[in-house]
Design a protein around this ligand. Structure first.
Ligand SMILES: Cc1cc2nc3c(=O)[nH]c(=O)nc-3n(C[C@H](O)[C@H](O)[C@H](O)COP(=O)(O)O)c2cc1C
Length: 162
């Protein structure tokens, strides 16, 4: 007897547990951020992160040709921020202002969300189109640690905390 049940790939993929992050951008005219669960570390030395962004996102328009972007790893107390940054487009809206968030302006004028358990400024190294998303790779050039609280995670289309 098989130890597995067959499942559609998209359903089975939802069993991968992810962090919840906000990818941030500054194109010189405005700031923006979007929630992304598809974020992972790729290399230790040099430290490289990868995230996957749909070209339909306004954030993609801002980061695809930018030199730097930010990655903020959300805490269990930031579900509201995740929902807001993950459901509204920054095309005509300043999500930071709308949520009353004063971003911490890090290296290269990249905005970071206070309250994140960790936050990174990345220098884009590569972008690779894969299916309906783009993988965006960035070397961490500045790293910050936030409060010692549990991170927010995403598993089977639901938020989870440890
Ligand atoms: C929990 C959660 C995880 C998400 N993960 C991703 C992701 O990994 N990649 C992506 O392209 N969009 C993801 N989204 C959707 C974007 O955050 C959403 O479309 C956002 O409104 C885009 O904002 P923008 O148009 O200002 O870039 C996620 C949304 C939520 C709520």
């Amino acid at each position: 007897m098989s130890p597995f049940k067959p499942l559609a790939p998209s359903k089975a993929l939802s069993h991968i547990s992810h962090p919840v992050a906000i990818i941030t951008a500054n194109d010189g005219k405005k700031l923006n951020g979007m929630t992304a669960a598809w974020v992972t570390q790729i290399s230790i030395d040099p430290p490289i992160l990868c995230t996957s962004i749909s070209p339909l996102r306004h954030t993609w328009d801002m980061v695809k040709d930018a030199e730097y972007f930010g990655v903020c790893i959300l805490s269990k107390d930031q579900e509201k921020e995740s929902n807001f940054f993950g459901s509204r487009s920054g095309k005509k809206l300043d999500k930071f202002k709308a949520m009353g968030i004063e971003p911490f302006m890090a290296a290269h004028d990249i905005p970071l969300l206070p309250g994140s358990v960790a936050a990174f400024v990345c220098r884009k190294t590569h972008r690779v189109e894969q299916g309906d998303h783009w993988a965006l790779f960035g070397e961490v050039v500045e790293a910050w640690k936030g409060p010692e609280v549990q991170p927010l995670n995403y598993f089977r289309s639901k938020y989870r905390t440890w």
